[in-house]
Design a protein around this ligand. Structure first.
Ligand SMILES: *Cc1c(COP(=O)(O)O)cnc(C)c1O
Length: 427
């Protein structure tokens, strides 16, 4: 039996794994065409056709809407911007609560705070790591205005019952699908399951333009509000002829023409990139079957997983060594594995000190807010367990990896598992 690299043996993998690169000649050509046009943006903060941006932005939005089968796509300069715009479009404001996930990229929570609303954390499902209909229902209150489920790590939240809950209570649902390219739920694409869906084109995601994002909706009114918030609503609404649009502060969330041109090419590549992730993840799941104490990602019935990351649940008792020691052994074999994913967001100082902006304790102590939300350790025990003990992830499932690379990944797990006694002895 080969000696663990951690104990001086030869690593399974010495060469670094190939990086994930989604850009090619088509993107280069698209950028060159924009440069030749000398139009890098064509937005204007005034009512009229240019309020909606330049030709590539509009072409991107049409292609995005067509691909995802939605009525409106609104391109923005990040998914963070799109989430902020979505909360503004939903009419979230002071005194409101928004049900959010503690286990996500932080923008899916701060989007409530920027409108002076209070995030209320629902715990995550122990198999999908998404907030669930049950955990959401447990924290609803008369102040709840919106729910922001996240299709975390690429597995869609259980959106049908969440939408039913929202319908009964008159709530707006913003689905954060930044990590869920290629994922589907009961045959429908992730990101199209809420009232508004949000995608990211940040360079960490399955497809990217460096920075960028897209919001989608089938609702004409929400689409109008998204477009206004994207581009300085306050100086534009007066000329729209509508008197139902006061109360919108706009931002500059506009996407440039270069990014839009790249996004058009990236969207064409997306299905193949997502399919490659799925194939690599399925391969790994098959190869890891039976390793004591490791549970590969669960895929719920009716779901196709987007596999932004490949998360494994870790049972310390069954493996017999602490998670961090197991990960050190894997890392030494050449497989960069990371424990925990994101720290439960309510444990960040902003929530612990209950001060999101300014120095007056807003929005938690804002006089409009009549609730008493807790951010104590223990409010989301499943999330805490996953972060501190029971989950780790690798990103080695991306489309840049060959079958031989995937064999090395699997071999590293098998080697560490074959040497658990030696590893235990070092603990
Ligand atoms: C990346 C990400 C975001 C933010 O995306 P940006 O485009 O970087 O602003 C939001 N939510 C989730 C779940 C993400 O993974």
């Amino acid at each position: 039996m080969a000696e663990l690299a951690l104990l001086g043996g030869r690593p399974v993998r010495v060469e670094p794994f190939p990086p994930y690169n989604t850009l090619g000649e088509a993107e280069k050509r698209a950028v060159a065409e924009v440069m030749d046009s000398s139009c890098l943006s064509d937005f204007l903060a005034a009512w009229g056709p240019k309020h909606l941006g330049g030709p590539r932005v509009r072409t991107l939005e049409a292609a995005w809407a067509e691909h995802f089968g939605v009525k409106h796509a609104v391109a923005m300069n990040s998914a963070t911007s799109a989430l902020y715009a979505a909360m503004g479009a939903a009419g979230v404001g002071p005194g409101d609560e928004v049900v959010v996930s503690p286990y996500t990229m932080v923008a899916s929570v701060t989007c409530a705070l920027v409108f002076n609303a209070v995030p209320v954390f629902a715990d995550i499902d122990p198999e999908t790591f998404c907030i669930s209909p049950r955990t959401i229902e447990a924290v609803l209150s008369p102040r709840t205005k919106a729910i922001a489920p996240v299709d975390i790590l690429g597995h869609p939240a259980d959106m049908d019952p969440i939408m039913e809950l929202a319908r009964q209570r008159g709530l707006v649902v913003v689905e954060d699908a930044a990590q869920a390219y290629g994922a589907t739920y009961q045959g429908r694409k992730a990101g199209t399951l809420g009232h508004i869906g949000v995608f990211s084109l940040n360079y960490h995601k399955t497809i990217h333009t460096g920075e960028g994002g897209v919001a989608v909706t089938d609702d004409d009114n929400l689409a109008d509000r998204l477009r206004l918030i994207r581009n300085h609503a306050e100086v534009v609404v007066g000329d729209t002829g509508r008197n139902d649009l006061a109360g919108l502060v706009g931002f500059n969330f506009r996407l440039g023409e270069i990014e839009a041109a790249i996004a058009l090419e990236q969207l064409k590549r997306m299905p193949a990139l997502a399919a490659a992730r799925l194939a690599n993840a399925d391969f790994l799941t098959a190869r890891l079957a039976g390793l004591a104490g490791l549970t590969p990602p669960v895929v719920k019935p009716g779901v196709v997983h987007g596999y932004y990351l490949y998360a494994i649940r870790y049972d310390e008792q069954a493996v017999g060594v602490p998670r961090d020691l197991y990960l050190k052994a894997l890392q030494a074999e050449g497989v960069p594995a990371v424990g925990g994913y994101t720290k439960p967001i309510y444990l960040q100082p902003m929530f612990q000190r209950r001060m999101a902006y300014g120095d007056k304790g807003c929005p938690f102590g804002c006089p409009h807010y009549q609730g008493h939300v807790s951010y104590e350790r223990g409010i989301c025990p499943v999330c805490e367990r996953m972060y501190f003990k029971a989950l780790f992830f690798i990103n080695l499932i991306h489309a840049g990896l060959s079958r031989a690379d995937m064999e090395d990944v699997a071999a590293a797990f098998h080697k560490v598992h074959a040497n658990l006694e030696e590893l235990k002895a070092t603990a």
